[in-house]
Design a protein around this ligand. Structure first.
Ligand code: HEC
Ligand code: HEC
Length: 145
């Protein structure tokens, strides 16, 4: 069958939401150093939520990490980077972008825009605070609960 450009465009539009459905479960961080060092200020985000190039950039800019100094000794830093890159998600952008926030990805906005009440957001204070709303986020569970 010849795929017309229109069909291809429809397939593209759905790809984002299909990907989010796949993410009802996202394997949680199991690597000891990542768990310890990357959950000091927020939960340790599953590696699969960002593509490899995002983790590489983040792991070389930890001294200026969202306004905080999250710097590590070189050995630990390299070990965590290797773990995150090895378990990274697919690059959905298709343009080599290096997003640093899960909460700014198109699928994330799509999934959250109309689902979250003002009250729920005020309680969580930040989109980065996944586990304020997803009680089982640390077990990798993000489905409706
Ligand atoms: C010293 C505190 C601190 C440490 C340690 C830290 N972070 Fe962060 N991180 C922050 C802050 C602050 C933000 C922004 C939070 C917000 O917007 O509410 C953030 C945000 C993030 C985000 C983006 C969240 C979003 O909005 O989608 C990712 C991804 C992230 N951190 C990964 C890591 C990784 C990986 C490590 C371990 C190498 C780490 N962080 C260690 C303070 C820290
Ligand atoms: C203010 C509350 C809130 C915050 C903060 C939040 N979420 Fe959500 N999230 C929701 C709601 C509500 C839904 C839609 C209902 C559902 O599927 O649980 C949702 C849906 C999702 C889905 C789709 C699940 C599915 O069933 O397809 C994923 C994946 C997800 N969130 C991940 C995250 C991640 C990762 C973070 C942190 C970076 C985060 N969320 C932060 C409230 C929140």
């Amino acid at each position: 069958m010849i795929k017309t450009p229109i069909l291809a465009a429809v397939a593209m539009a759905f790809a984002g939401s299909a990907f989010a459905d796949e993410m009802e479960y996202m394997p949680p961080v199991t690597h000891a150093a990542t768990l310890e060092e990357c959950s000091a200020c927020h939960m340790a985000y599953p590696a699969g939520f960002l593509p490899a190039q995002s983790w590489r950039v983040m792991m070389t800019t930890l001294e200026d990490h969202f306004g905080e100094n999250a710097g590590l000794d070189e050995e630990t830093r390299a070990e965590i980077e290797a773990y995150l890159v090895a378990n990274a998600g697919r690059d959905l952008s298709g343009d080599g972008a290096v997003p640093q926030r899960i909460s700014e990805l198109p699928w994330f906005r799509h999934e959250h825009e109309e689902e979250v009440s003002k009250r729920q957001f005020e309680k969580a204070k930040s989109w980065a605070n996944c586990n304020a709303c997803h009680e089982r986020a640390e077990q990798g569970i993000f489905e409706d609960d």
